[in-house]
Design a protein. Sequence first.
Length: 92
Amino acid sequence: MNNIFVGNLSFDATAQDIRRIFEKHGTVERLRIMTDRRTKQPKGSAFVEMTDDADAEKAIIALNGMELNGRAINVNAARPQLHRSSASDGSR
């Protein structure tokens, strides 16, 4: 499965909006819109997981720079997540 980062999203972009444009290029396995932990408001980014790596590559090429809800979105392969310590573990 290929994980794709989508940035510069309009704060009113919905999961349905994002899924609709990606499903034109293949099957979307999972979609997560990133939100602020405290306010629960969207941060303007999302992660899309597609089942087929070739379809994911096609989607990245086709959708990078595309306008969605009035903003040109950034679409690229997601980098592996690095472990981040939480503020509660005392390692600030």
